[in-house]
Ligand binder design. Structure first.
Ligand code: FO1
Length: 337
């Protein structure tokens, strides 16, 4: 089983790449390295998703990162926006605006159906894990999509303008306000969702998508038990850097990493995951710094990490998995010597 940790829109792109790789391996057309991870030709994919960005909007429970993964896996994700449903309309949003309701968070008309269904299920007493699984089944998704927790964890940002939820910071303020601290409210009492720790323990490879280490992956690692499981697991762990050439590919990752006291570079990404990371996958633009990290004992793989086409996504996913396999083999060799 391949496990991927993700949040945000870049993460969803790598999930699409991993889906392509795992699907082709299931059809026995994958590369020999991926076939090594497959059982009876089936390479399972489990996606562990950030829910710190979740928002109650117009009375509905919206899980943006879960939805980006669901839409990505179902082939429904908007290519232009990177979130929401491809080709969606916003008529309800227009009407809500006329009715004097808040409209800075744009819910599309088709997207609304997902939030309605999720909210109905949650109000009927289902957990977020159950609601997500039911949505995934209805959308014809074969991968297992797990929220990080069924308990509410909210990413809060202390800024020059006061305390903001993640969506207030990211969408309403367009991440232009100065951030002084990031907190994950509720994390201390939260438990990992059912299946999360087991997936980490039984994984053959674990990949961190090129998501923001502070606000997309940070909330997942803040759930007690998840970081410990990552430190314990025998699975090789790779992270794809969201920082290319010293700057975030998109969004505020660089600024937030600096706020945390980490460099906004591939070294900062290595620092965020230093207690469990085996391989850092970085862009060719970061060759020079990669060499420096290697001198400190980290495996660093330089490749093309910008994902524009389906082929880019597939190639990046394949490279990350190949490196995990190489590490696996080197560990086996080391223990048998
Ligand atoms: N991002 C925006 O920049 N503007 C929006 O109005 C917006 C609405 C939205 C609605 C549903 C959804 O699933 C995602 C949405 N996003 C929007 C993206 C969202 O803010 C991000 O995907 C993440 O939360 C950041 O990781």
């Amino acid at each position: 089983m391949i496990v991927v940790f993700t949040g945000g829109t870049s993460g969803a792109k790598l999930v699409q790449g991993l889906q392509q790789v795992t699907a082709s391996s299931s059809a026995s057309a994958g590369s020999p390295s991926c076939a090594d991870f497959a059982h009876d030709g089936v390479l399972e994919l489990t996606v562990i998703v950030n829910t710190g960005d979740d928002i109650e909007w117009w009375g509905l429970h919206v899980s943006p990162d879960i939805d980006s993964v669901l839409y990505a896996l179902a082939g429904l994700l908007s290519k232009d926006r990177g979130w929401g449903v491809d080709g969606d309309s916003f008529r309800c949003l227009e009407r809500m605006k006329q009715l004097g309701q808040p409209f800075w968070f744009s819910l599309g008309d088709l997207d609304l159906a997902t939030h309605l269904m999720r909210t109905v299920m949650l109000r009927a007493g289902k957990t977020l894990t159950e609601a997500t699984s039911e949505l995934a089944v209805k959308l014809g998704i074969r991968a297992r999509v797990l929220p990080m927790s069924d308990d509410r964890v909210s990413t809060m940002l202390d800024t020059a303008e006061g305390t903001l939820t993640f969506q207030e910071y990211f969408v309403r303020e367009r991440h232009q306000v100065e951030v002084r601290a990031v907190r994950f409210e509720g994390a201390e009492q939260a438990r990992p969702a059912p299946g999360v720790v087991e997936a980490i323990e039984h994984a053959e490879a674990i990949i961190f998508a090129p998501s923001n280490p502070v606000t997309s992956i940070g909330p997942i690692l803040a759930v007690p038990g998840i970081r410990d499981a990552l430190r314990r697991t025998k699975a090789p762990i790779a992270a794809v850097s969201p920082i290319v050439g010293g700057a975030a590919v998109s969004g505020p990752a660089g600024k937030l990493m600096q706020m945390m006291g980490w460099p906004s570079s591939i070294s900062g990404v290595a620092r965020a995951y230093e207690d469990f990371l085996d391989v850092l996958v970085v862009d060719e633009a970061d060759q020079h710094e990669a060499q420096e990290l290697r001198r400190h004992g980290l495996w660093v793989c330089c490749t093309r990490t910008i994902m524009r086409s389906a082929e880019d996504k597939r190639n990046l996913a394949q490279t990350a998995l190949d490196f995990c396999k190489a590490i696996d083999k080197s560990r086996v060799a080391a223990t048998s010597n």
